[in-house]
Ligand binder design. Structure first.
Ligand code: TRP
Ligand code: SF4
Length: 333
């Protein structure tokens, strides 16, 4: 029986529009979102304002990146019949709540967020000493609380942001009454999946395999993949745990193949060329139906925008209701 929508607990999660998504995004977030859409009242959005906090000087591809990312969402099986998909910047209520939260959020809370100092140090080539970048988690709190979401599916790195969201909810509620429930992180247990060069898979490292990569591209990327550096020659034994190819086997290959590679790599019975071929084939088999679905939206991108239009309209009803409550509680109306 289909449960009434309002009876299901609500989950909400956003993703910055980076364009075409890679396998790290797939196993780190999307596969989990697909599972959640059957049990929860799921809301997922394109965090385009969040993108501007770091990419404000470089917005020329933004609309195309939104389209490509949401095309991948739909390709992997996220279903507009089950979940709601929308664009953050089309709902000005997010900005309104962000502004109000800005009034009650102490600066010290923001300076203490671990991602803040980390990114300030790590992101090269842009000046992040901006008001907007410091306020990133306040906007995220508004995104979450405006839907009164119970759960926020996120990776490890985002847990401090959800914790801060809870603190902002508590502080707001102390001043203005019990409006916002405190959301919980729904930690995505994601297996390790390193990129072709052995570092974390990331678009900016140019080491990613994309969901939309055709079989010949996958084959080529896998052939060039780093392996256990200790396996220089065919007869050198290897340690599969040190090899990004094995990360992929563990996700895309059957149990008997994983077991065989794990054993025969250590004894040098299997060579890297064969091992990679087996992995690339499984990966291509996995991606085939996804790319099949993707092609429908590639041929007619308007379908993607239609999904976002419908989802945004649905989200709008929720945010308007919350903001009416907020304006009343704060005596702004
Ligand atoms: N900060 C998140 C990320 O970088 C994206 C995001 C924005 C988000 N708003 C959110 C995630 C609200 C969950 C809930 O991945
Ligand atoms: Fe990696 Fe496979 Fe080579 Fe072992 S045999 S090092 S798991 S590619």
């Amino acid at each position: 029986m289909v449960q009434a929508e309002s009876k299901r607990p609500r989950v909400l999660s956003g993703m910055r529009p980076t364009g075409k998504l890679h396998l790290g995004n797939l196993v780190g977030a999307l596969q989990n979102w697909v599972k959640l859409q059957d049990k929860y009242d799921s809301f997922h959005f394109v965090a385009d304002w969040h993108m501007l906090t770091t990419e404000y000087a470089n917005t020329s591809e933004l609309q195309l990146n939104i389209q490509e990312m949401v095309t991948d969402w739909l390709a992997v099986g996220l279903d507009p019949g089950k979940a709601t998909f929308f664009v953050q910047s089309r709902l000005l209520e997010h900005a309104e709540l962000y502004l109000i939260f800005g009034m009650v959020t102490p600066l010290g809370w923001l300076e203490r967020v671990p991602t803040y100092k980390e990114q300030l140090d790590n992101l090269q080539g842009r000046d992040l000493h901006t008001y907007g970048f410091l306020g990133y988690p306040v906007l995220q709190a508004a995104d979450i609380l405006i839907y009164k979401a119970g759960y926020v599916p996120v990776g490890e790195d985002q847990v401090p942001h959800v914790e801060l969201t809870r603190e902002i909810a508590r502080r707001f509620n102390q001043f203005y009454g019990e409006i916002f429930p405190e959301p919980q992180s729904l930690l995505t247990p994601s297996p390790r999946l390193r990129g072709t060069d052995g570092r974390k898979m990331s678009k900016s490292y140019d080491n990613a395999i994309f969901i939309s990569d055709r079989p010949d591209v996958v084959d080529k990327k896998v052939r060039g993949m780093m392996t256990d550096p200790a396996r220089k020659r065919r007869h050198d034994p290897g340690d599969p745990e040190k090899c990004p190819v094995f990360d992929h086997h563990k996700i895309f290959s059957a149990a008997d193949v994983i077991e065989r590679v794990d054993r025969e790599c250590r004894t040098a019975e299997i060579g890297c060329v064969e091992c990679k071929k087996m992995m690339a084939q499984k990966l291509n088999e996995y991606l085939a139906p996804i790319q099949q679905r993707r092609s429908v939206y590639e041929r007619d991108p308007q379908k993607v925008w239609d999904v976002l239009d419908a989802g945004t309209a649905k989200a709008r009803r929720v945010v308007q209701e919350t903001m009416n409550e907020v304006r009343t509680a704060t005596k702004l109306a």
